[in-house]
Design a binder for this molecule. Structure first.
Ligand code: SF4
Ligand code: SF4
Length: 96
């Protein structure tokens, strides 16, 4: 089963100029968010990111940023784990 989360909410950011193309992010990401081509990483599907933070912790160039353990994706994961309604408090309209 393909794991995807809410569309367009992951805090993941890639600085392509800083990337040295080492491929470490492709090794540590549990959801295959990245691919490397022509010595540059690319986000192939941002909505697969669960904001675990492994890529940012392991990127030797500091090219990746993600707010691990916060936000909508983390709220959804916690909802799955606890059986409660996901709630991250990001929206006044009660989106989640
Ligand atoms: S770990 Fe960092 S430097 Fe290495 S390919 Fe990924 S983004 Fe680029
Ligand atoms: S935060 Fe985790 S799931 Fe998201 S891109 Fe980085 S390693 Fe992959």
């Amino acid at each position: 089963m393909e794991m995807r989360y809410l569309e367009g909410v992951a805090t993941l950011a890639l600085d392509e100029a800083a990337c040295i193309g080492c491929g470490r992010c492709t090794e540590v990401c549990p959801h295959a968010v990245f691919e490397v081509a022509h010595r540059k990483a690319r986000i192939r599907d941002r909505d697969r990111c669960m904001e675990c933070g492994a890529c940012a912790r392991n990127c030797p160039a500091g090219a990746l940023r993600v707010q691990a353990g916060v936000g909508c994706a983390a709220a959804i994961v916690m909802g799955w784990l606890t059986g409660r309604t996901p709630a991250c408090g990001c929206g006044s309209d009660g989106c989640c």
